[in-house]
Design a protein around this ligand. Structure first.
Ligand SMILES: O=C(O)CCC(=O)C(=O)O
Length: 307
């Protein structure tokens, strides 16, 4: 394509609002190029729509994650925190909710409070918490990966406790597809919303960029001296030299990531409880999440070695 044609294409795409004009580069081609089919590369991990910029798509394709700043409002986050508090104090009871405690305190008889609950899972019956999965701004981005018919496969609110010194607050490096062996994996996405400022001190998410292009690896309980939380499986044989990125995020920021992306989180060295909300979403319908080889939670053939 010559420079004049490239300039014309930039203008057309700019008008269509599909791509940022600056994202279009001239490169040689022998055929004709229509604006709608023009892509400098094939996309495998993101779907065609007008939400993501070309730069954002390219970032996700290459790295397997994408952080969107300031996506969930302070007001919504406060409402989720309040509801979480009610659940922890047993003021709200839900039949199918799974409540988890850190292994370092799980055997102690402690009064119900936010300080003893590390994680809640499957909050789909709680209208207030499930509102998170229906926030239009979350769904808008989820759709870029799943397509328009969206199902929340799994929901969690993690309340990472201050580490007691045994390093049990760590979450080993893992791939979420291990827990949700469904496919096609490229149509599944996890959203992880920071409910406060999160950095390495309180145990931010750490990701190994590009690992979503690999395969699902064997997982097992890590051999950690201080103990490992139930279902906190880790990959045994990841490449120690892989680059790691620690995602420092502000309240309301949300990272979307691929279910094969290797990720985990460090220990919480502060006295606060680090909170995040997470739905894992997949498409439903004929193009949808077609094959699941195990049900979620039916995957715990692994028994903790240091409970
Ligand atoms: O928020 C964290 O500590 C990590 C959560 C996570 O990776 C997961 O539950 O799959």
């Amino acid at each position: 394509m010559d420079a004049r044609a490239a300039a014309r294409l930039r203008t057309v795409l700019g008008h269509l609002g599909r791509l940022e004009p600056r994202d279009v580069v001239a490169h040689p081609t022998s055929g004709t190029v229509s604006p709608t089919s023009f892509h400098p590369q094939q996309f495998q991990f993101t779907l065609d729509n007008s939400i993501l910029s070309l730069e954002q798509r390219q970032f996700y394709e290459e790295n397997g994650y994408l952080v969107i700043k300031n996506l969930v409002s302070d007001e919504d986050i406060q409402r989720f925190r309040d509801e979480f508090g009610k659940i922890c104090r047993k003021e709200v009871k839900l039949d199918r909710l799974v409540i988890m405690k850190d292994v370092s305190i799980s055997k102690l008889q402690l009064a119900p409070s936010e300080k003893v609950v590390t994680k809640i899972q499957d909050f789909q019956e709680d209208p207030e918490l499930f509102r998170y999965c229906t926030l239009p701004q979350i769904l808008k981005y989820v759709e870029c990966f799943t397509g328009p018919n969206i199902m929340a496969m799994h929901t969690m609110l993690i309340n990472k406790p201050p580490d007691t010194g045994k390093k049990t607050s760590r979450h080993p490096l893992h791939q979420d597809l291990h827990y949700f062996p469904c496919g096609p994996s490229n149509l599944i996405v996890c959203a992880w919303t920071a409910m406060e400022h999160i950095d390495r001190n309180n145990g931010c998410l750490v990701v190994l960029p590009g690992t979503h292009k690999g395969s699902l690896k064997p997982h097992d309980y890590p051999k950690w001296e201080g103990g490992v939380n139930k279902m906190y499986h880790g990959i045994q044989d990841y490449d120690e030299n892989s680059a790691r990125v620690h995602l420092v995020m502000e309240k309301g920021d949300t990272v979307f990531f691929h279910p094969l992306l290797i990720h985990g989180s460090g220990r919480n060295k502060t006295q606060g409880f680090r909170k995040v909300g997470i739905p894992i979403a997949a498409p439903i319908g004929k193009d949808g999440c077609v094959s699941c080889s195990a049900t979620p939670y039916g995957y715990d053939g692994l028994k903790p070695k240091n409970p």
